[in-house]
Design a protein around this ligand. Structure first.
Ligand code: FAD
Length: 349
């Protein structure tokens, strides 16, 4: 348990939450997993360290359930921040609603400000036209928090945040994920806030360090599988674990795990304890990049030490190898976050 190993970073409330997440298991659709998470109390509001310990435990057991969990947070945090959507937030918390977070567009990925989905006023509400793609949980979502352009008059516009009921989804094929696109054509929407960009960036910055911790949960699972394997698999008359090169690989994996976990948890702690208004983008970027990149290396080593079994379709490490890859791309690709990290030092020099 992270809360046992790093007690100085946590409060008792985190330990209780982690214990609940450690025993939680779910299968089936995203909706079924969301309902199960709600019944276990895991969708109740928490701080970033609460997200982190939940994600580590869920991701260690099953990456898809971790995604079901965190996308509910991504979808509802802008609504909680803006206020006025208590009924929607409560439906999500109790598992009665699956809420997607729809920012990315075919021509606006890392460059979020380039998005072109447009909102036009329609009576008391709005209508959205445009395309969002690579939206997690979209096939199961009955609501979506959507970011779109809104005219503010005199030829100017802003990126605003909207809530859409029953968003029109088409599934996209991404292995191990439940992903889809939304094609909005004059789709009715409610305005959440005209300050959409701030809400989007604030939500991503808050969740970003927990991506690193989830990656570490997946990497630890790969390490656990590997420890078992190298002690039972025999070649050249001895277990693999008797070979110095195998031991060196295990040590390298442990080093990556220790450094990545602590760095990502530090970013979570920093985000929770920073004074209001303080910027924590640097720590968030460091935590996500360090841990997700380390997790990829740990899982790659796990596949290597499993030999042919490591690439068999049903093997746990093969699935982890596939599941870990998107974490280095979404919520800020590694290369994009490196520009954030470099900027901090260049500005400060
Ligand atoms: C599994 C999965 C789930 C996702 N879920 C969601 C979701 O729920 N909601 C949502 O809105 N989006 C979601 N996304 C989309 C995700 O946020 C984008 O894929 C991501 O922001 C990158 O955008 P892009 O794919 O268009 O890549 P691009 O922006 O085209 O970038 C491609 C690559 O170019 C490089 N690059 C781009 N810009 C820079 C830069 N400024 N500096 C240096 N290098 C750069 C990086 O290597 C980057 O990986 C998801 C994606 C995946 C794969």
């Amino acid at each position: 348990m992270l809360t046992d190993r790093y007690p100085y970073l946590f409060d008792p409330v985190h330990a209780a939450r982690e214990a609940a997440a450690a025993t939680f298991r779910a299968t089936g659709s995203i909706r079924a997993r969301v309902e199960g998470l709600a019944a276990a109390g895991l969708l109740d509001p928490t701080d970033v360290r609460g997200l982190a310990v939940t994600r580590w435990q869920l991701a260690h057991a099953d990456a898809l359930t971790d995604l079901a969990f965190i996308v509910q947070e991504l979808g509802t945090f802008p609504l909680r921040s803006a206020g006025g959507f208590d009924d929607v937030v409560e439906a999500a918390r109790t598992g009665r609603s699956v809420v997607a977070f729809a920012l990315t567009e075919p021509e606006a990925g890392s460059d979020v400000r380039a998005l072109t989905t447009r909102a036009t006023p329609d009576g008391a509400g709005y209508r959205l036209t445009g395309v969002k793609h690579f939206i997690s949980n979209a096939p199961d979502a009955d609501r979506a928090t959507v970011f779109a352009r809104l005219d503010t008059g005199e030829g100017r516009d802003t990126i605003a945040c909207f809530l859409v009921e029953d968003p029109p989804a088409t599934p996209q094929k991404v292995a191990g994920h439940s992903i889809g696109r939304f094609d909005f054509v004059d789709t009715p929407a409610r305005l959440v806030s005209t300050k959409g960009l701030g809400l989007a960036f604030g939500t991503l910055e808050r969740c970003r360090p927990s991506v690193g911790v989830a990656a570490m949960g997946m990497a630890k699972r790969a390490f656990d599988e590997t420890l078992r394997h190298v002690q039972t698999r025999r070649q050249f008359g001895a277990p693999l674990s008797a070979m110095p090169v195998v031991q060196a690989r295990l040590a390298d994996m442990a080093l990556e795990l220790e450094a990545g976990t602590l760095t990502a948890l530090h970013a979570c702690w920093r985000r929770d304890t920073a004074p209001p208004g303080a910027r924590t983008g640097y720590e968030s970027a460091i935590g996500k990049v360090t841990a997700t990149e380390a997790a990829q290396r740990v899982i790659d080593a796990a596949v290597q030490l499993h030999g042919g079994l490591g690439v068999e379709e049903d093997s746990v490490v093969q699935q982890l190898y596939r599941d870990i890859r998107p974490l280095r791309i979404y919520e800020g690709a590694t290369d994009v976050l490196k520009t954030v990290i470099a900027a901090r030092w260049l500005e400060g020099s």
